[in-house]
Design a protein around this ligand. Structure first.
Ligand code: UD1
Length: 421
């Protein structure tokens, strides 16, 4: 897989209006979990519509280190899982990609043992995994922690009723993947309802699992003795779609986001309509147009079906140049406001109080050197750069390559003035 992860900066010049069609890739946040889920069955699982991004390569490396054979051909990833593997996720990979924690559930479910590096804090600050561990313990796993690693053990897990303290996406996924091979029925209450959970359940059911209710807050799983490999197409990436929507929001234009699923991002689209954008859903994707300057709105991030925290930096970029004052409240990750200082460097008028952000829209931003603090904030800075006079250089662009397949090429195809450096 050819990834532009060696690229260190993205150069953006004032652009717009954007015109044309752009295709979204498969969802990063689904593909990574489905790759982990492949561990549940010996044999060859095949994933289509896999985004060609650095995180997919790293997840492939993790599976390869465990003993799987992983190959990527265009947007198809083939995973051959042997009968026995090395059930370990080392520090070097977990530290780079926190999502690798989702191997814990499938490893305990199928092999009864797992050794996974304790994930440290990351770009969003402190990110505990207590809910993952508590749920897995309720299914019968035991854990010890030493030398920076969690070691999990289980005889065959036993189904039970698990109530999540918060609808955590990762905890729901780990529990689902552990429960499919457990003895008897597991019910997850207060489960996350994100579309990626439904995609995972459909992948697991394709393997012969019996999962019901995914996409609602109560998911039930009837454990089976073994699973078979599966061929599956990853759902489209709603956060990538949101990025093109935000770009049109920031600089205007008329664009079709091919493959975008409006039904997966209704609340976000409602907010964009409130801001003055014209949005419609069609068989080929999401059609968006913005003619006049956006109006500011207030937005709070919430678990699905609320406005996703991943959209928040993109909203900040749009609100920075909208007419009026908006308040954005970040309810999911307290530490996820790292785009702020960089947007201020571009001339945005933003002030944060705890997890509330007050944005007074300005007529125009002014290009400067900034740094991508994480994947989505990096993309938001590219979006803001499109609306900034002169040149914006977004450094640390390897963060963007972790989550976007050719963001620069796709924005350029819409007429944006964006290049790699
Ligand atoms: C996933 C997504 C991320 C998205 C997030 C919320 C991936 C790779 N990442 O992250 O892009 O922003 O969902 O939609 O899919 N929490 C605990 N204890 C736990 C687990 C979570 O306190 O055991 C807290 C977190 O710190 C956070 C909140 O719960 O405050 C939500 O986190 P969670 O839904 O688990 O996010 P991730 O699965 O890590």
């Amino acid at each position: 897989m050819n990834i532009k992860s060696e690229v260190s900066s993205i150069c953006v010049r004032k652009s717009g209006p954007l015109e044309g069609n752009v295709r979204v890739s498969g969802a990063k946040n689904s593909a990574l979990k489905l790759m982990a889920a492949a561990l549940l069955a010996p044999g060859r699982s095949i994933l289509h519509n896999v985004p060609r991004i650095a995180d997919v390569v790293w997840m492939g490396e993790l599976l390869a280190q465990m003993g799987c054979a992983v190959s990527h051909q265009s947007d198809t990833t083939i995973i051959d899982v042997p009968d026995e593997i090395v059930p370990e996720a080392p520090y070097e990979i977990v530290e780079r990609m926190r999502a690798s924690i989702v191997v814990l559930g499938p490893l305990l479910g199928r092999f009864g043992k797992a050794r996974v590096s304790v994930p440290g804090g990351d770009d969003f600050g402190h990110r505990p995994i207590d809910m993952h561990l508590r749920g897995l313990k309720e299914l019968g796993a035991t854990f010890t922690t030493s030398h920076g690693y969690i070691e999990g053990r289980a005889h065959r897990l036993e189904g039970t009723r698990v109530l999540l303290e918060f609808p955590s996406v990762g905890a729901t996924e780990n529990l689902l993947m552990a429960a499919v091979l457990a003895k008897g029925e597991t019910v997850i209450d207060n489960a996350a309802r994100e579309p990626e959970i439904e995609d995972l359940a459909s992948f697991l059911n394709g393997m012969g699992a019996v999962v019901d209710g995914a996409g609602t807050s109560t998911v039930s799983v009837e454990g089976v003795d073994s699973l078979i490999p599966v061929e599956h197409t990853v759902l489209p990436d709603r956060i990538e779609a949101a990025t093109y929507l935000a770009a049109v929001g920031a600089v205007g234009g008329q664009v079709c986001i091919e493959g975008g699923r409006a039904d997966h991002m209704k609340m976000f689209l409602n907010k964009l309509v409130d801001m003055g954008m014209e949005i419609s859903s069609a068989a080929d994707g999401i059609h968006v147009a913005r003619l006049d300057r956006l109006h500011s709105v207030d937005v709070s991030t919430l678990p699905y079906p609320g406005v996703a925290t991943d959209y928040q930096p993109l909203l900040l970029a749009m609100l920075s140049v909208a007419d009026g004052i908006g308040i954005v409240t970040e309810n999911i990750f307290g530490g996820r406001l790292r785009a702020l200082d960089e947007l201020v460097r571009l001339g945005a008028d933003i002030r944060a109080e705890g997890h509330h952000v007050l944005i007074r829209g300005v007529e125009s931003l002014s290009g400067a050197r900034v740094r991508a603090p994480d994947i989505r904030a990096g993309a938001a800075l590219v979006v803001a750069g499109l609306a900034a006079e002169g040149e914006t250089i977004v450094g640390d662009a390897h963060h963007v390559a972790r989550g976007y397949e050719d963001l620069v090429g796709r924005l350029s195809s819409l007429g944006a003035n964006v290049t790699h450096m």
